[in-house]
Design a protein. Structure first.
Length: 147
């Protein structure tokens, strides 16, 4: 099993309740086992986000995954981390949410033990983070997963 990570500082776009700021997409045969997700507010305005399973919609660009294996050597990931969605998808809340305070650096880290947090198989299905309510803010985010 290999572990990968990806992340970005979002420079434009804050997501919506149906458009994730990012998600890791499964394939027809491989689903990512999400190990950890972190989000950090980069503004001084409070905001609320939640972890969801996303199906469909139109994802943004692929975010380069980092091979966490010491010295490299893991195969390229089968699953893809994608940035800000541009067209709504269908979301199913996973039960994890956070309100980030009105301070630059206010953060939340979700750690998923055991088998991790997994989504259904399918090329348009993934686990990501969406705005849960209110006004979205520019965030810094990261995700790590096994496959």
């Amino acid at each position: 099993m290999s572990r990968y990570s990806a992340g970005l500082a979002v420079a434009t776009g804050v997501g919506t309740t149906l458009q994730p700021i990012f998600a890791v997409l499964a394939t027809a045969t491989v689903t990512p086992q999400i190990r950890e997700i972190g989000i950090y507010n980069t503004t001084n305005v409070a905001c609320s986000y939640e972890v969801v399973q996303i199906t469909g919609g139109t994802p943004g660009a692929t975010v380069t995954a980092y091979d966490n294996r010491q010295g490299g050597g893991a195969p390229a990931p089968a699953t893809l981390c994608k940035g800000l969605w541009t067209v709504n998808g269908t979301v199913i809340p996973c039960g994890y949410g956070a309100r980030l305070g009105a301070a630059d650096g206010s953060s939340m880290v979700w750690a998923f033990g055991g088998d991790g947090l997994c989504c259904a198989l399918g090329a348009t299905v993934g686990i990501g983070v969406v705005l849960s309510s209110g006004t979205g803010q520019l965030l810094r985010w990261y995700v790590s997963w096994d496959e």
